[in-house]
Design a protein around this ligand. Structure first.
Ligand SMILES: [Zn+2]
Ligand SMILES: [Zn+2]
Length: 294
């Protein structure tokens, strides 16, 4: 299994000279299994570049599974600009949490209709199959996918994908459940331990970390994570590598560098730390195949 980041930003695309290294597109991650199955985790503005790349491959890659964490703009705004939807042979399964009212398909149909967008879902040439999800486990080809509700305004799901003997978790967007989020992050709510269990033993966790502990008191209720909290949960869960993503639009490349350094210093005396990095547009992580496991 390998992973490529096409969008790493939260809230709104943030192009410009100060976001060149970590990227300005909103969240979108390409995942490929060894069997060649394609999963796309969220379809923010990074999906525009991903779609162009899929269409430029030989032969064009026009089939796959789009796993949407929730229907906030920054996670879906690339859909109308995802070129494979306009390909005659396209076949896309789109999974999203069931909205409080109606279906995911109805929500996407509103997104792609006048006056918001000139082309409607029905005018797309690709075949689309929508799946309303709740918490559970299901199979997509050779991969086992488990969903878990995240602490965010409106129905939101994290995805755990297990294939090729490795496990990947994508958890975006999610706020700590407990009231105490300090730089040491040693006091956790029982609900946070349940979230840690969802991340546990993953080879790679890609997690919202829009804020740091110092910023959190002013941002509580906005539905986002804190770097210190994410690293501690991944440490407790023996995660191998955690990639922090959904960078705040105000975070420049330099601020992200400093936040990473601050996190590493803050956890320097802890044992069992995961590898910690920040998601960067264009970065590829190869998780390989775990031999001897199912
Ligand atoms: Zn978001
Ligand atoms: Zn959101």
């Amino acid at each position: 299994m390998w992973v490529r980041f096409w969008g790493t930003r939260g809230s709104i695309p943030t192009p410009g000279p100060h976001t060149l290294r970590y990227g300005g597109n909103t969240t979108c991650v390409e995942v490929r299994t060894e069997a060649g199955e394609l999963f796309i985790l969220d379809i923010g503005s990074g999906a525009c570049g991903l779609g162009a790349s899929l269409m430029a491959s030989s032969p064009p890659s026009q089939q796959g599974h789009i796993l949407v964490s929730h229907l906030h703009w920054d996670h879906i705004q690339g859909l109308p600009f995802f070129a494979p939807l306009y390909a005659p042979d396209g076949l896309w399964n789109i999974y999203a949490p069931k909205p409080l009212e109606g279906t995911a398909r109805e929500a996407f149909a509103i997104q792609m209709s006048p006056p918001f967008f000139p082309i409607t879902l029905d005018q797309l040439t690709a075949r689309l199959h929508f799946h309303d999800l709740q918490e559970g486990t299901f199979q997509i080809g050779g991969a086992t996918v488990t969903t878990r509700s995240l602490n965010h305004p409106g129905p939101t799901l994290g995805y755990r994908i297990e294939a090729d003997g490795v496990a990947l978790v994508y958890a975006c967007d999610h706020e700590p459940c407990g009231n105490e989020v300090s730089t040491s992050c040693q006091i956790l709510d029982p609900r946070d331990y349940a979230h840690a269990k969802f991340l546990a033993d993953a080879d790679l966790v890609i997690h919202d970390a829009q804020y740091n502990a110092g910023e959190f008191s002013l941002k509580r209720g906005w539905g986002h994570s804190v770097g210190e909290y994410v690293v501690e949960l991944c440490r407790l869960g023996r995660v191998k590598h955690v990639v922090l993503t959904h960078h705040d639009p105000m975070r420049t490349d330099l601020i992200i560098d400093e936040s990473l350094e601050q996190l590493r210093r803050g956890f320097a005396d802890r044992i069992g730390l995961p590898r910690v990095s920040a998601a960067a547009e264009g970065a590829v992580i190869n998780l390989g195949v775990a031999h001897g496991s199912g």
